[in-house]
Write a protein that binds this ligand. Structure first.
Ligand code: UDP
Length: 260
């Protein structure tokens, strides 16, 4: 692969970004549910060139036992990048970054799961980055919350997530790898779509107070769109009209999925 060159401008005179997007435009997104046979729940996400698979196992018996929580389930998230997911071979040993992102994903997901319904158990979430091109922690949250729903884990809501960043002094949503590397900063966030409660908020780079307020609003708008894509992915997996009776059931399923 040829080494990547820093682009002259991340936003051109027409206001378009390196991949032709407008500043508030997300990358093409495809989410699928039930992509793995062995897992209790699974989902995949393609967000531009970022490609991630999430698998959920459990609730199940927790090993090692010393991690047991007597009043709730332990949500164990393991985020890993494959060695071939980035241009320079990623070393297989878990990096500090992977451990931090695992924790950040768990923190974003735990507020929506009724963990107290499964004391002493573990819910395992494995997130594997097949190809990384920016925004993997946010895409991972989008896919992991879908995989949890697919596993039938009781949840208050799905969790949509996106990063808003800055390039050439302008706020941009859903950064690709070049924008992440050469831009002026980014703010990954995740929200609960019904209440707009924020469950992930990080910041890299400097932003003024006004920029942060605007970035939050851009992120919330994008998350609401992503939430619709998540619900569509669940509907595609679970709602298929075959008879009148099924159609009635499908309407009930639709209502339930809308609640998520
Ligand atoms: N990246 C990379 N090598 C690594 C880690 C990251 O090339 O070892 C790239 C990858 O495209 C990733 C991007 O850098 O998506 C941004 O990484 P960051 O740590 O900001 O997390 P992310 O934006 O993926 O959540």
């Amino acid at each position: 692969m040829s080494p990547e060159k820093k682009p002259d401008n991340l936003i051109n005179a027409e206001g378009l970004r390196v991949d032709g997007r407008r500043i508030d435009e997300l990358r093409p997104i495809e989410m699928k549910v039930g992509v793995l046979k062995q897992a209790d729940g699974s989902a995949s996400i393609r967000q531009g060139k970022t490609y991630i698979i999430a698998a959920v196992y459990g609730p199940r018996e927790l090993h090692p036992r010393h991690l047991t929580l007597n009043d709730r389930a332990y949500l164990r998230v393991v985020y890993r990048m494959t060695t071939f997911s980035v241009p320079d071979r990623k070393r297989p040993a878990p990096s500090r970054r992977e451990k931090e992102i695992s924790m950040v994903i768990a923190n974003a997901l735990s507020p929506v799961i009724f963990l107290e319904e499964f004391p002493k158990a573990v819910i395992d979430v494995f997130v594997t980055v097949i190809q990384a091109d920016g925004g993997t922690r946010c895409a991972a949250i989008n896919a992991a919350s879908l995989a949890l729903a697919d596993a039938g884990i009781p949840m208050k809501s799905l969790v949509p997530s996106v990063a808003v960043g800055k390039a050439e002094g302008q706020l941009i949503v859903d950064l690709g790898d070049e924008e992440d590397k050469y831009g002026q900063g980014d703010i990954p966030m995740a929200i609960l779509p019904h209440t707009e409660e924020i469950v992930l908020l990080q910041q890299d780079g400097s932003f003024t107070r006004e920029e942060i307020i605007e970035a939050l609003q851009m992120g919330i708008n994008s998350c609401k769109y992503l939430h619709e894509v998540q619900k569509d992915a669940l509907k595609a997996a679970y709602v298929g009209a075959t008879s009148d009776e099924d159609e009635e059931n499908d309407d009930e399923d639709d209502d339930y999925l809308d609640d998520l």
